[in-house]
Design a protein around this ligand. Structure first.
Ligand code: RIB
Ligand code: CA
Length: 311
């Protein structure tokens, strides 16, 4: 089977790390590069986390540091929602990864230019790096097959009543990506707030009994505690939806749509709007629902991929 060449771009973050684990375990994907963007934490923390996560899951692709903040406005972060380090809850083995000397955009350009096939970008943070790439090298647009991203939410938000965090960090960047002509497959809160992991699911992961299962279950314990404090009964695994909608679309409900980002609303800045009717200007798809049990089984299958002999 020809593997899909992908670039992972995110702000690890517990759910980014788990999404990248699923990508690393998938025989369908060929991870060509990993790039970081400030969001959950500042760029230094998320980049250190990215190196540690790639080392843990044996992702041998280059890792490059990306945007320290949004294209235009002052950056926001998620504070200590993911802990002081941005990936609290588990001690990881020392990383064997060395950071690339390239910036995220430079590495993206190299990978896309050198590829014989179109590249899929899997975005699980703000869209700043991809937007910068599109501004810097619009000629490469045709070599980007699609952007599968976690972000947005139709009629809902988690950072404001209207806006989801990844989009709100950099609405200008998200708008550039959505309007670029690169097809977008958006896993927004519509589906990710249904991609819930419950304590009994975490127990199944811990019972696998490997180093990776121990780390992932400890991550989920930490991620769960921050959500439980907000009243959640299950922990929404946002970012894995961006990976699984690419490799297991059959477990999701996905609709064609024209997606727009509000940049100027006083109360709605960062909101993503979906028009399902105007078929003449479709620019992407929205992932709206999922088979949660199948989602959990994919997560467990990915954890089981990493036996102790390999890590
Ligand atoms: O709103 C959820 C998104 O914001 C996830 O990608 C999480 O990692 C944070 O980046
Ligand atoms: Ca993220």
């Amino acid at each position: 089977m020809d593997r899909i060449p992908v670039i992972l771009d995110g702000d690890p973050g517990h759910d980014d790390a788990i999404a990248w684990m699923i990508a690393a375990a998938s025989p369908m994907l060929n991870i060509k590069a990993v790039t970081t963007v400030a969001g959950n934490k500042d760029i230094e923390n998320v980049t250190r986390n990215a190196l540690n996560v790639c080392s843990l899951f044996g992702i041998d692709a280059p890792v490059a540091k990306g945007a320290h903040g949004p294209l235009v406005v002052e950056g926001i972060t998620a504070g200590d929602f993911h802990g002081v380090t941005g990936l609290d809850g588990a001690d990881l083995p020392p990383s064997s990864k060395i950071l690339s000397k390239d910036s995220a955009v430079e590495l993206m350009v190299k990978v896309i230019e050198e590829s014989d096939e179109q590249i899929v970008i899997i975005g699980t943070g703000a869209e700043t790096n991809l937007a910068a790439l599109l501004l810097y090298r619009p000629d490469l647009k045709g070599k980007i097959k699609a952007c599968y991203l976690m972000g947005g939410g139709i009629g809902t938000g988690n950072w404001t009543p209207a806006a989801e965090f990844n989009i709100l960090v950099d609405p200008e960047a998200a708008s550039i990506v959505f309007e670029s002509g690169v097809p977008v497959v958006m896993s927004g809160l519509d589906v990710t707030e249904k991609a819930l992991i419950y304590p009994e699911d975490v127990d199944r992961i811990r019972a696998i009994g490997t180093q990776v299962s121990n780390i992932v279950s400890n991550w989920l314990d930490f991620f769960g505690a921050t959500h439980a404090a907000l009243g959640y009964k299950g922990w929404p695994l946002h970012d894995p939806c961006a990976v699984l909608s690419l490799i297991k679309p059959e477990i999701f409900t996905i609709e064609d749509a024209y997606l727009q980002v509000d940049k100027n609303g006083i109360h709605t800045r960062g909101e993503v709007l979906a028009d399902y009717e105007d078929r003449d200007r479709l620019n992407g798809k929205v992932v709206l629902n999922l088979d949660r049990q199948a989602f959990v089984e994919e997560l467990i299958k990915a954890v089981e991929h990493f036996t102790d002999g390999e890590v």
